[in-house]
Design a protein around this ligand. Structure first.
Ligand SMILES: *Cc1c(COP(=O)(O)O)cnc(C)c1O
Length: 475
């Protein structure tokens, strides 16, 4: 399996060669040169597999430069019930991604039982093991530099902590994450984890990461790497749970399902699109946004109009507060018939701060065949949905999942099970849960009182030089 760039200007590469990098050298995103098709026989064979075994089957379709026995060991270690042990009270602790049925034909697929209580663990944990494996083989090491507004940073740190050949330098906006999120990251005492709080906003932190990555000499000297959501391995890892969710919500492979996905950077739902392209019987992929509705607007109108950061609203589902969806380019590459020149043309407009409009083109005519639907949600919807799901089913959901449930309800089709992806546990967003329900969400026992643990964090100005100095001092 070779990987190509959505902008057509990079030589095809093997999986291990694209694993450690971010963007392709031509500025595009990597995708497999063709999606493997899963036939009826394989689908039947896979139906009853536990998560780690299903993951191995799927990963083998995309990875041909890691020996099967090594890949198996990686999957076994990554998807162990011991890692995904924070299941909901009364849930099935033996299942990595339990399906909770709210009512017949309406389900939640729980993806946030991992160490940081958000679905990003599902992919980031795999990345941790893959990085370790490939770096070990090559005798190399890497320094990961990232910026986070909450979930990504903690998922990356928990996946990389204690890894010999990896150091993580994670920037976060000082004082802007929830106390729980701060405690999750800053209480880590592993010597390879460096938390850097920037006096500024998330965008200031993000700009510093970009500036450091654009300094080619510094980047090469300090072997700076990234684990952001455009990393192909993260998308690949997420394809697995669509298969798992499908099997859990159906009894035979003649049935179809719909998924509803709370979306920000289009990474999660992009994996759903790929699962569908591989032949998984997905009737509908329903994309849910919050007030930041760039993607909903595209799927309703054919106009993709990224917002400026000033236009981006701060909401109570903060992990979906995006101005442009970095993974969206992967889907558009498929939509335009994998015409890299067309993608270059469209993203020349986007990268210059503009938008593109597919109305009246053959591409918009092709869109319905991809099965997407979409909708958006607001703070008032979130509160009402959290309350409704709690009263009706006694299930507590977080604010992002609430956006998903709200939009999913608008797109149900009789006879087709709807599976909403649960992207985080309520305890991460306790303030809004309190506003909706007047009570505190429960939290896993071992995370009780983490806010009181000693914290390791260095506070800096929004200065590229101060961040570089920390990296230089510690490498
Ligand atoms: C990251 C995140 C999302 C958005 O996922 P994308 O892959 O960026 O679309 C939604 N909900 C939660 C809780 C997240 O952490």
């Amino acid at each position: 399996m070779k990987y190509i760039s959505t902008r057509g200007g990079a030589a095809p590469q093997g999986f291990c060669d694209i694993l450690l990098g971010g963007l392709a050298p031509d500025g595009g995103l990597y995708l497999p040169e063709a999606y493997p098709r899963i036939g009826a026989a394989e689908l039947a064979e896979w139906r009853d597999l536990p998560y780690h075994a299903l993951a191995l089957k799927l990963l083998q379709k995309f990875v041909d430069d890691i020996p099967a026995c090594d890949l198996k060991a990686i999957c076994d270690r990554t998807y162990s019930a011991n890692v995904y042990r924070h299941c909901r009270p009364g849930g099935d602790a033996g299942d990595i991604t339990p399906l909770t049925t709210l009512e017949p034909g309406f389900h939640l697929l729980e993806l946030s039982n991992g160490p940081t209580l958000a679905f990003k663990d599902m992919a980031m944990q795999l990345l941790g093991h893959l990085f370790e494996y490939v770096l070990e083989k090559r005798g190399e090491s890497i320094n990961i530099l990232g910026a986070t507004s909450g979930d990504t940073g903690s998922a990356a740190e928990y996946a990389m902590r204690g890894k010999q050949r990896v150091k993580v330098f994670m920037l976060s906006p000082e004082g802007l994450m929830s106390p729980f999120q701060r405690a999750q990251m800053y209480s880590l005492q592993d010597p390879n984890i460096f938390n850097i709080a920037v006096r500024g906003m998330f965008d200031d932190a993000q700009d510093i990461v970009k500036a450091v990555s654009n300094d080619a000499a510094f980047k090469a000297k300090y072997r700076i790497g990234a684990v952001n959501s455009i990393n192909w391995a993260r998308v690949m890892a997420q394809v697995v749970y669509y298969f798992k969710g499908y099997f859990a919500a159906t009894t035979t492979n003649d049935q179809q399902v719909a998924f509803c996905v709370p979306s920000g950077n289009f990474g999660n739902i992009c994996a759903g699109h790929i699962a569908r392209m591989m032949g998984l019987p997905i009737a509908r992929l329903v994309l849910a946004t919050n007030e930041n509705d760039v993607l909903d607007e595209f799927f309703r109108s054919g106009v993709y109009r990224p917002r400026t950061t000033a236009e981006t609203r701060v909401t109570s589902s903060p992990s979906m507060d995006i101005s442009k969806a970095s993974n969206f380019e992967r889907f558009v590459f498929d939509l335009v018939g994998r015409d890299a020149a067309k993608v270059r043309e469209l993203w020349a407009q986007v990268d210059a701060g503009g938008s593109f409009d597919l109305r009246g083109t053959e591409y918009l005519e092709a869109l319905p065949a991809y099965g997407f639907a979409s909708g958006s949600s607001s703070h008032a919807h979130r509160l009402a949905t959290i309350r409704d799901v709690w009263t009706r089913y006694r299930v507590m959901i977080d604010t992002h999942t609430a956006d998903g449930v709200k939009v999913a309800r608008e797109h149900r089709t009789p006879g087709i099970p709807m599976i909403v992806l649960e992207t985080a546990q309520p305890v991460k967003f306790a303030e809004t849960i309190h506003e909706a329900l007047g009570c505190e969400p429960s939290r896993p026992k071992e995370l009780e009182g983490i806010e009181a643990l000693p914290q390791r964090v260095e506070v800096v100005d929004a200065s590229v030089d101060q961040v570089k100095a920390i990296i230089t001092r510690n490498c």
